[in-house]
Design a protein around this ligand. Structure first.
Ligand SMILES: C[S@@+](CC[C@H](N)C(=O)[O-])C[C@H]1O[C@@H](n2cnc3c(N)ncnc32)[C@H](O)[C@@H]1O
Length: 277
């Protein structure tokens, strides 16, 4: 089968829907990953014959992708702020929105040897990126899921950064003071879980479900921030649509001020930065 025929086969096999807005592009992306070549190479050599083993892998991936499995689960990797991260069904596939959280954290005027805690680290994408960008920072990361921590450790090691990983419940048991606490905790209201795109159903429920209003875990962490943070420190949290006002109120009740509220490309107030008052 030639490259152009394979892409046409893929385009027909993939249903156009919310998670797959452009089946042809998705097919080309999958074929490039299955073959280990760039998409540009596919475009430049449409007549090239595909090796049988590549075709078999590509057809299997098309079937699984059509059934809703995220592309990142097929390839086992995900790109986050220019770096590749291993992923598995044990972790949330890192989202582009979370890149904003990291960018906001990197803009904070923190000391070169800041102590940083990533709560709910999942694949480790936040902690590892911060460690790679700020080699002097001393970073710890916690997750309730041992399987997620295994992936996070793999990512730290492949990016050659030192992070102290811990299994635990939020920041319980972590001794202050911290210059920065970052967290992308589960924030989807339980009732909304059913309406999400089919791909999201492949993420671990424990990485998504934030309880009745989505803020069960955020509320608990924010209540703990005054204990955790240095007086000149800060926290950067990722939130869902329409949650920033409520989180600002929760923070105020805990004696914290809002330093920034940052919108994502879709206009949602996705990231909030808090600081002790
Ligand atoms: C939304 S995912 C975020 C993962 C990763 N930080 C990212 O941004 O891609 C939330 C993570 O919080 C973890 N988690 C859920 N409840 C937790 C708890 N009580 N204590 C620690 N981690 C928790 C989940 O296992 C999951 O890995």
């Amino acid at each position: 089968m030639t490259t152009q025929d394979a892409i046409a086969v893929g385009e027909r096999a993939l249903p156009q829907r919310r998670g797959i807005p452009e089946p042809r592009r998705e097919a080309r992306w999958l074929l490039a990953r299955a073959w280990g070549v760039t998409e540009t190479e596919l475009l430049v050599h449409p007549e090239r014959e595909i090796p049988a083993a590549v075709e078999a892998r590509y057809r299997e991936w098309l079937e699984r992708r059509a059934a809703g499995e995220p592309a990142e689960h097929l390839t086992g990797s995900c790109r986050f702020l220019g770096r590749d991260f291993a992923v598995s069904p044990a972790v949330l596939v890192p989202r582009p929105e979370t890149e904003l959280l990291v960018e906001v954290a990197l803009e904070l005027p923190l000391p070169p040897t800041a102590r940083v805690l990533d709560v709910g680290t999942g694949s480790g994408c936040i902690a590892v990126t911060l460690a790679a960008e700020r080699p002097g920072w001393r970073i710890a990361a916690v997750d309730a899921s041992p399987a997620a921590l295994e992936i996070a450790r793999t990512n730290a090691s492949s990016h050659r950064v030192e992070i102290a990983f811990h299994e635990g419940d939020l920041a319980t048991g972590f001794e202050p003071p911290w210059d920065l606490v970052v967290a992308n905790l589960p924030y989807i209201p339980t009732a909304a879980l059913e309406d999400l795109p089919i791909e999201v159903g492949f993420d671990p429920t424990d990485a998504l479900d934030g309880g009745a209003d989505g803020l069960d875990l955020v509320r608990r962490l924010v209540a703990d921030l005054p204990r955790l943070l240095r007086s000149c420190g800060g926290a950067v949290l990722e939130l869902g649509e329409g949650q920033a006002d409520r989180v600002a109120e929760i923070a105020a009740a805990a004696g914290l001020g809002v330093a920034r509220r940052v919108r994502d490309a879709g206009g949602c107030e996705r990231v909030i930065a808090l600081q002790p008052r």
